[in-house]
Design a protein around this ligand. Structure first.
Ligand SMILES: Nc1ncnc2c1ncn2[C@@H]1O[C@H](COP(=O)(O)OP(=O)(O)OP(=O)(O)O)[C@@H](O)[C@H]1O
Ligand SMILES: [Mg+2]
Length: 283
């Protein structure tokens, strides 16, 4: 992460363009190297597409590359949380979103990262958020000192729930893991319609960092066909790095670990290290 600058510029300095105030300070801050966390929501409306696996392992690979990483689990199934063996934390995102704990209080340390755990109580929070004003912004507002991190990866549920909308509202960019099968293509088309609708309703650009092919198998024709179809039909970056099928990836959560730490010389660990390198090479 770049050094935080001592340079301070008044927040009131800026331009007025068509009646709208455009502050100058973000431009100055980026010139002078102020640290800004990038919030990436790992998302796909379809269930079982590698969201949790990608959040866990990309996060760990980024941390191994020296980045300050925060993982946020806002899926009521709490798979990311359990995958790191976090069972008795000092509160979870359910407490944070209901205002009974601060974000900093619930953070847990794993593999050089901070993790904001989830719990099944998030399902109740989801129901209670429905009647609240500004319900889409609770997650973003709860994130605490975001800029002490380089990357914040949010693992999201496989549905268009209010928690998912919170994850979209919080995101600077989206990362879409995709298994290489036909139903995934169908799910992807539906997901892009959701993103388009979200951009229209919330007037937020919500760029897509890219699609990551997960459980890719070079020897299987379908893997290549699915990838070719996506390239042809969707105008979105597909990461060159593909995450190949690897039993080590699937078994690492039983050891409360990412594959990056559990089996560093495995195919899965190597793929996630390359994904992290490619991820970092993209502005
Ligand atoms: N590269 C891989 N090789 C082998 N198995 C994998 C690989 N990637 C993911 N898996 C397995 O596929 C299953 C689904 O992955 P994962 O839980 O990450 O999906 P998800 O999108 O988070 O699911 P959900 O929508 O239920 O949250 C898991 O059992 C995981 O271990
Ligand atoms: Mg998941």
């Amino acid at each position: 992460m770049a050094e935080r600058s001592n340079f301070v510029l008044s927040e009131t300095l800026g331009f007025i363009v068509r009646g709208e105030f455009i502050p100058l300070y973000p431009i100055y801050l980026s010139f002078y190297g102020a640290a800004m966390a990038e919030i990436i929501t790992v998302i796909n409306q379809k269930g079982g597409t590698g969201k949790t696996t990608t959040t866990m392992n990309l996060g760990s690979a980024l941390a191994s590359a020296g980045k300050k990483v925060l993982l946020v689990d806002i899926d009521p199934h709490a798979c990311l949380t359990y995958s790191f063996g976090i069972l008795n934390s000092n509160g979870t995102m359910a407490d944070v979103l209901s205002g009974t704990r601060t974000f900093e209080e619930v953070l847990v340390e794993r593999e050089g990262m901070r993790i904001a755990p989830a719990s099944t109580e998030l399902a109740d929070i989801e129901l209670s958020l429905r009647d609240k004003l500004g319900r889409e912004n609770f997650l973003l507002q709860s994130l605490g000192d975001k800029d002490s991190f380089d990357y914040i990866l949010i693992d999201s549920p496989p549905s268009l729930s209010i928690l998912t909308i919170n994850a979209l509202k919080a995101a600077d960019q989206l990362l879409i893991p995709l298994f290489m099968d036909v139903l995934s293509i169908q799910g992807l088309a539906g997901f892009f319609s959701t993103v388009t609708e979200f951009r229209r309703v919330f007037k937020k650009p919500l760029p897509i960092k890219g699609i990551v092919a997960v459980r890719y198998d070079d020897r299987v024709k379908l893997s290549k066909e699915v990838l070719a179809y996506i390239k042809l039909n969707f105008n979105v970056r597909i990461f060159k790095t593909k995450i190949r099928c690897d039993a080590r990836v699937a078994e690492s959560p039983s050891f409360a670990s990412s594959v990056v730490r559990y089996a560093p010389s495995s195919r899965g660990a190597k793929d996630f290290a390359s994904l992290a390198a490619e991820f970092l090479s993209i502005a």
